[in-house]
Design a protein around this ligand. Structure first.
Ligand SMILES: Cc1cc2nc3c(=O)[nH]c(=O)nc-3n(C[C@H](O)[C@H](O)[C@H](O)COP(=O)(O)OP(=O)(O)OC[C@H]3O[C@@H](n4cnc5c(N)ncnc54)[C@H](O)[C@@H]3O)c2cc1C
Length: 508
């Protein structure tokens, strides 16, 4: 199974999903769901089950996005802790957040039971531990707020990882699973219920209206409602300015002994580390995550893996690094995701984004909220809490977007005279660099055969310059998280268009 990077995650070791149902001609679908990750598939299945006629379009293959590069903890204790949520939204809202996360884990459990899904699901406790006095103070606040939100927390004197600590709490009711095994089973259940699934099918443009017309690859499809389950909505939207893209790193380790924790464990460093055990096909792995940074803000992303590995080696006897991978998530400015009607679009266009590091649980939460909104045409207390329009339009926003789009302009012509360019002989094979040349900014990659791949360095979203990600061999936009292959193909939204390829041939 393919993913949006060159590193292989533990979850990719399954055969690609094969489509069963044939697209019926001339259909107006009730709902078009864009994106085949946890959010899209959970929502598509829920809607199809209540009798809606659904079409799900995935630009690549099911699980290609962050769902194929996650670590798959299912949490009620979120990365944006309840003390922060209480402060920003109040005690009642924090309780609602805890409630929807519990409902999401329950929905996963009931799907597993109903469809007999073999996806390594286990329920476990989570531990959060403090290593210094400052962290202890915060942990005490988190404990109190989590308790008020309705989580089952208590203090403990032991933790199941070999790191020194000052104080630790345990929270019951967390879980984990194999994310691609789970969503493949949802995809099958969706098709069995009559849903239509398309892979290698990118939604390239959408015309709003009572009946939405969406261009998928080169064909036009109609639907009464559309949901962007694309992790971040494509195109230019207010939400891009309220969600910061981050990358996070994960290792699946085999240990020389049996020190695998029977729980999920989190430290409080910034960025923090997280640990859990995963047993799949009778093999046991210690999954460790961390090393998070803003997308495009780390010069050597390969070094992030090295740091994470050496941190683990300092306390674990590691036999093998079986898998390593990195992926992206979107951090919302106020700590809560944006789930509901997409600002600036018709009332029948919906979105789910800004999940922070909890998008598996919150993607399922989105399916509950969006299904409710589409079924009843009304918004309940969850929809009000997660309403993407809780952000007021910033004055001058439209001008800002236009100005950003105009900043760099396009390169004049696509062929640059080779003799004027530096030779890039100092660029090693498999190395890349953003260079300024003759007023243009180019993203240059030299492949393993010494061949140069040159692109206009301006991201096609709103023209920020991309940065090289050596670990996943992609060009990543530091502004809003669009990602591109070495030949400029869009890997990750919000960009819709591929980057401009520059031909470096000498002019004759
Ligand atoms: C390293 C790491 C570890 C994480 N660990 C956890 C964890 O333990 N627990 C947790 O809850 N969360 C975790 N997260 C976050 C979580 O993985 C993501 O938030 C979640 O997977 C997002 O799911 P999604 O379905 O919304 O998006 P995605 O899985 O990214 O799916 C979006 C899909 O939309 C498709 N798409 C995009 N544009 C178009 C288009 N125009 N047309 C058609 N298709 C399109 C993409 O190809 C993609 O397949 C982690 C994130 C990272 C980076």
């Amino acid at each position: 199974m393919k993913r949006d990077g060159i590193q292989q995650s533990l979850w990719q070791q399954i055969p690609a999903f094969e489509i069963k149902n044939i697209l019926p001609a001339n259909t107006v679908f009730d709902v078009l769901i864009v994106g085949g990750g946890i959010t899209g598939l959970s929502t598509a299945l829920q809607l199809q089950k209540i009798g809606k006629k659904c079409l799900l379009a995935e630009a690549h293959v099911i699980g290609y996005g962050s769902t194929g590069g996650t670590t798959a903890h299912l949490n009620t204790l979120l990365d944006n802790y309840y003390n922060r949520l209480e402060k920003n939204f109040g005690e009642d809202s924090a309780q609602l957040v805890a409630q929807i996360t519990r409902e999401s884990i329950e929905l996963i459990k009931s799907n597993i039971e109903e469809y007999q899904i073999d996806c390594d699901f286990v329920e476990q406790a989570g531990y959060l531990y403090a290593e210094n006095e400052e962290q202890v103070k915060e942990l005490e606040e988190i404990f109190e707020a989590s308790n008020r939100a309705g989580l089952q927390v208590r203090w403990v004197t032991d933790i199941p990882v070999p790191f020194p600590f000052l104080k630790a709490m345990i929270v019951e009711g967390q879980a984990s699973f194999h994310p691609t095994k789970y969503i493949y089973a949802l995809a099958k259940a969706f098709e069995d219920a009559g849903g239509i699934l398309l892979q290698q099918s990118r939604v390239v443009s959408v015309d709003d209206g009572e009946i939405i017309k969406a261009t998928i690859n080169e064909d036009i499809y109609s639907a009464y409602n559309l949901i962007y389950a694309t992790h971040v909505p494509p195109g230019v939207n207010l939400l891009h300015f309220r969600c910061a893209p981050y990358r996070s790193y994960a290792l699946a380790l085999k240990l020389s002994n049996e020190d695998y924790p029977a729980a999920q464990v989190y430290d409080m460093q910034d960025p923090f580390h997280y640990f859990r055990t995963h047993i799949t096909n009778e093999e046991k792995f210690l999954i460790v995550g961390g090393g998070d940074h803003k997308t495009g803000h780390e010069e050597n992303t390969e070094a992030c893996f090295k740091r994470l590995e050496s941190y683990c080696r300092s306390h674990y006897d590691i036999k093998e690094v079986a898998y390593k991978w990195s992926s992206q998530y979107f951090e919302p400015t106020d700590g809560l995701p944006y789930i509901g009607q997409l600002p600036g679009n018709g009332e029948n266009v919906f979105v789910a984004t800004g999940f922070s590091g909890n998008g598996i649980t919150l993607g399922v939460a989105s399916s509950i909220i969006l299904t409710g909104m589409i079924e009843t045409g009304m918004s309940g207390e969850y929809a009000e809490l997660f309403d993407p329009s809780r952000i007021k339009m910033v004055a001058g926003f439209n001008n800002f977007v236009k100005e950003s789009a105009d900043v760099l302009g396009q390169l004049i012509g696509k062929i640059l005279p080779g003799e004027k360019l530096p030779s890039f002989s100092d660029l090693a094979h498999n190395e890349a660099r953003v260079v300024k040349h003759d007023g243009h900014t180019l993203a240059i990659y030299k492949d393993n055969n010494g061949e140069l791949h040159a692109l206009n360095a301006a991201c096609t979203h709103i023209k920020c310059n991309v940065a090289w990600n050596n670990a996943e061999q992609s060009w990543d936009c530091p502004c809003h998280g669009s990602r591109f292959s070495i030949d400029g193909e869009v890997l990750t939204a919000p960009a819709r268009k591929d980057m401009e390829v520059i031909d470096l041939r000498k002019e004759s």
